[in-house]
Design a protein around this ligand. Structure first.
Ligand code: CA
Ligand code: CA
Length: 431
């Protein structure tokens, strides 16, 4: 077991508090946290910093005793360290591949495949010319796909317990897996690059949209029934496995990626700040079903000072929640860009002082997903003050009400939109 309690190092950090302002204190072992990193790992979400500061607030593992401060270097160490509800600080040091065997060797997709599954057999069985488009796949080959996917999930999903701070050092990078925050509370995830949670066994749904779609399972960070969560200064992308490299099957992109940071199933009181999202399709889904049920009154999320660079949709897409979206920078210049702000069932997005670099028509920034209202004020599009709701309404029907019906109060500091691109590009993301 290489997980090392940091009792001695944490004690040293206290005595070295005077170094707080020193630039880049010496790092005798680059894989271990510096005193400054130990101190920042003890930070709770500041007062009033978004929805996650409300209710009981979000302290993560900041109260951990020194026996529950660990540095992890591989999947097995990480899985062990983040489990359970004891307050704990878990450093992610360097590169950690989450798709590995017990000896920490990479597992490829073939290693997860059920003996009864092959992509060729799947494509032959469920080709719309053979199977039609009226029903989702069923039968032995679909069952084998489901078994294969379950097999992969056992390895690539990392279950994070309550009262946890996960923080990256030494250019932390989690690849080929998903942090799953399921039914937990009080979690902080900071300063980590998360890449390419590719699903080896996408599902074919011929009934999704007019043409059918390939859909995948794993978000880089997935919140389901999670409350008081702070996602801060992380970098999210598809790594070296971009969607553009995937084939078309049945005329549709073989989509192996799902969300970057999805927030669903009655999750609540979440702050998503200073992250860098890049080169990804479905980015941030807040609420996964139109069903009027557990999500009502929940899904309250603050999204501020994030950089959405070349992401195509869902930044965020919202159902039910009061969601505050301010001071974000959208670089939306790809021909594959779809929309940024998705107005779903009973959603209440309050968007303020966001900056858009846009090639698409301005009316595309907001997208109708059966909602009725959105506030969008102080927006700049290519440097010009722009009324996004008026632009949407001029180009689309039904019109949206430009008043979401609430005003956010849990904010620390709102920057003018003109300052946002430089601020988030310089200060945002993991490092
Ligand atoms: Ca998802
Ligand atoms: Ca209209």
């Amino acid at each position: 077991m290489r997980v090392r309690p940091l009792a001695a190092a944490a004690a040293a950090a206290l005595t070295l508090a005077g170094l707080a302002g020193a630039a880049h204190p010496a790092r005798p072992n680059p894989a271990n946290p510096t005193p400054a990193e130990l101190r920042s790992a003890r930070q709770a979400l500041p007062a009033n910093d978004g929805w996650a500061s409300t209710g009981p607030g979000t302290t993560g593992g900041s109260a951990a005793d020194t026996a529950h401060v660990t540095v992890t270097h591989n999947r097995a160490e990480l899985v062990a360290a983040v489990a359970g509800d004891t307050p704990k600080i878990v450093f992610v040091s360097g590169d950690i591949d989450l798709s590995v065997d017990a000896d920490n060797h990479h597992r490829d997709c073939a290693s997860y495949a059920d003996p009864q599954y092959s992509l060729d057999a799947f494509l032959a069985a469920y080709d719309p010319a053979v199977w039609g488009r009226a029903a989702k796949p069923s039968g032995p080959i679909e069952d084998a796909r489901v078994r294969s996917a379950a097999n992969q999930g056992l390895t690539v999903k990392v279950n994070v317990g309550s009262n946890t701070t996960i923080v990256g050092i030494n250019k932390a990078h989690l690849s080929h897996g998903s942090l799953l925050l399921s039914g937990v509370s009080n979690v902080i995830v900071r300063n980590i690059q998360l890449s390419d949670a590719a699903d080896c066994f996408p599902a074919w749904d011929p009934t999704d949209g007019d043409t059918g779609n390939w859909n995948s399972l794993y978000d880089l960070v997935s919140l389901t029934g999670a409350t008081n969560v702070w996602i801060d200064h992380n970098t999210f992308n598809d790594g070296d496995n971009p969607d553009s490299g995937q084939p078309l099957y049945f005329g549709r992109p073989y989509q192996v990626h799902d969300g970057a940071s999805d927030i669903i199933k009655a999750s609540d009181l979440v702050t998503v700040s200073w992250n860098a999202y890049a080169n990804h399709d479905k980015t941030m889904l807040i609420g996964s079903t139109d069903t009027v049920g557990v999500d009502v009154g929940k899904l309250r999320v603050t999204v501020h000072h994030n950089r959405f660079d070349n992401v195509f949709q869902r930044a965020p897409r919202v159902r039910f929640g009061q969601v505050d979206v301010y001071d974000n920078y959208y670089i939306a210049t790809s021909p594959d860009y779809q929309y940024s702000l998705g107005v779903g069932v009973q959603s209440s997005i309050y968007a303020q002082n966001n900056y858009f670099s846009l090639k698409a028509p301005v009316g595309n920034v907001i997208h109708y997903w059966k909602g009725t209202a959105i506030t969008a004020i102080g927006s700049l599009v290519n440097g010009r003050p722009t009324d996004l709701v008026a632009a949407y309404n001029a180009a689309n029907d039904p019109d949206l009400n430009p008043d979401a019906g609430w005003t956010p109060t849990a904010r620390t500091h709102v920057d003018p939109a003109w300052a946002v691109p430089a601020l988030v590009s310089v200060l945002g993301g993991s490092h």
